[in-house]
Design a protein around this ligand. Structure first.
Ligand code: GLN
Length: 487
């Protein structure tokens, strides 16, 4: 493998700024590698090779002229295809948006442009981010770089696979119930969902607005800190974005975690979790103990309700958000004789099966007569889930769990059984319900060579605690340096 591909984003940025490497050669290395391995993986819906090379040339020009450049100057990045990059297709991996060209940049894209990052492509996802395997894409499944018969996780499977296969050192995903952390676990990379409100969703195609959050993928926690610093912060374009100062996430990484209080929720270490997953996470906890952390058992008693609550609230919000795809305003329009038929045919032909299932579930849960019993009750239980975390964080600084109960499953294994698919998010959903930050990072491999992910969660806006613990862990271990064989 070209040695450029082995460098972290932080190393690449430093070498490009120091003129040891040009962005043009770095970008070309990642693009060429992508051309070679993409056919076997299919991480991208749209590649942006020409634009990327142009952006790289602009950055190289600035550096040559001695102009100041941003923190990600010249570094390639891949973006999930539910986030708008002006002028490029934004399909959400749906037939209904197959030919939709984004008319403006998402806020985070504006920020990344200001940081002088280079956009190499739009990555595959489960249609409208609904799924846990990237099998629900209208444009074909993404394959796990560690074993192509397995799913890469989802819904940000394309972003996770792209980083794992070194098609980009960085990627952006979105996480509504686990869609950054679960694919990160499946693909053996770092994936981080910031606090709700930390990163603007302006220009992210909405799935479930009270849960959606944008976040980074990378191989090192240092790179996650670098990318998070570039995208975090207030934006008037998203009314849920919080107007609070953004710490320098990189600066705090090297501080010791001696005395850090870590909680292990007993509801996450249960029968039903793969033995190998359980062991790998417990080994990681030993590393934290050696670093001086104090570990204790805690309880999050409402954990068992999280999946049920999520599958009322997320489809309810989705049914409202997806009402805009009617064939009139934009996107796909089916042939028809009258307006009602146009709506029906457009939505009937344009949406895939899982999206329709969610719209029906959500419409039902919101319908008069059922609203209080389903949506209203789910909101109340959501509050209880959040209060579990409030109580826990009065006692501990960090909560450590497996990211998912198993490693990646085989393509096709769960696609006929939605409930089994929904259960793969059992450990990631509560974090979204509570609005708190959560990371997944590699902590081992299963006997069949698939990566295992460990999840860490902290109190709202305590991203720094997670990043510091993650960075310290990566200084002691080598899991994050392992790469899949890509011949
Ligand atoms: N897998 C979950 C779902 O299908 C979460 C998806 C997500 O986080 N976008 O809804």
């Amino acid at each position: 493998m070209n040695e450029i591909l082995g460098l972290s984003a932080a190393e690449l940025a430093k070498k490009i700024r120091g003129k040891e490497l040009s962005s043009a050669e770095v970008t070309a290395a990642f693009l060429d590698h992508t051309t070679a391995c993409e056919p076997g993986i299919h991480a991208f819906v749209t590649r942006l090779a020409e634009d990327a090379l142009q952006q790289a040339a602009v950055v190289d020009g600035k550096i040559k002229r001695g102009e100041s450049v941003g923190a990600l100057a010249g570094v390639p990045i891949a973006v999930k295809d539910n986030i708008m990059v002006a002028g490029a297709r934004t399909t959400c991996s749906s037939k209904i948006l197959e030919n939709y060209i984004a008319p403006y940049d998402a806020h985070i894209i504006t920020r990344l442009r200001a940081a002088d990052a280079v956009f190499v492509g739009k990555t595959n996802l489960d249609e409208f981010a609904m799924g846990s395997s990237t099998e629900n894409s209208a444009f074909g499944v993404t394959r796990n770089p560690w074993n192509r018969e397995y799913i890469p996780g989802g819904s940000s499977g394309g972003s996770a696979a792209a980083v794992a296969a070194r098609m980009a050192p960085l990627a952006i995903g979105s996480d509504t119930g686990g869609s950054i952390r679960q694919p990160a676990a499946c693909c053996g990379v770092v994936g981080f969902k910031p606090t709700y409100g930390r990163v603007s969703r302006y220009g992210l195609v909405a799935f479930a607005s009270s849960l959606d959050q944008i976040g980074p993928f990378s191989t090192t926690v240092e790179d996650t800190a670098l990318l998070l610093s570039a995208i975090a912060g207030h934006d008037a374009g998203d009314s849920t974005s919080v107007n609070a100062p953004v710490p320098d996430y990189q600066a705090g990484l090297s501080r010791s975690i001696k005395g850090l209080k870590i909680g292990l929720p007993k509801e996450y270490f249960i029968a039903g979790v793969d033995r190998e997953v359980d062991t790998a996470v417990k080994n990681a906890i030993e590393v934290f103990r050696k670093l001086g952390a104090e570990v204790r058992e805690i309880s999050l008693p409402h954990t068992a309700y999280a999946v049920a609550v999520y599958y009322i609230l997320a489809p309810s919000e989705a049914s409202a958000n997806l009402a805009r795809y009617d064939g009139v305003k934009y996107g796909f329009r089916a042939a028809c004789d009258n307006l009602l038929e146009e709506y029906e045919n457009t939505r009937g032909e344009g949406f895939g099966g899982e999206v329709k299932r969610r719209i029906m579930l959500g419409t039902y849960a919101l319908s008069s007569g059922y609203y209080d019993a389903y949506y209203g009750k789910a909101q109340k239980v959501r509050t209880l889930v959040k209060q579990d975390f409030d109580r826990a964080f009065a006692e501990v600084d960090l909560i450590v769990t497996p990211t998912a109960p198993t490693t990646a499953f085989k393509i096709g294994e769960k696609s006929a059984d939605p409930l089994q698919m929904y259960l793969s998010d059992i450990f990631t959903i509560s974090c979204n319900l509570a609005g708190i930050p959560g990371i997944s990072m590699p902590c081992g491999f299963s006997g069949n060579g698939l990566p295992i992910g460990m999840q860490m969660m902290a109190a709202p806006f305590a991203e720094e605690t997670i990043l510091r613990a993650g960075y310290q862990y990566q200084q002691q271990t080598a899991w994050h340096t392992k790469r899949p064989p890509l011949s």
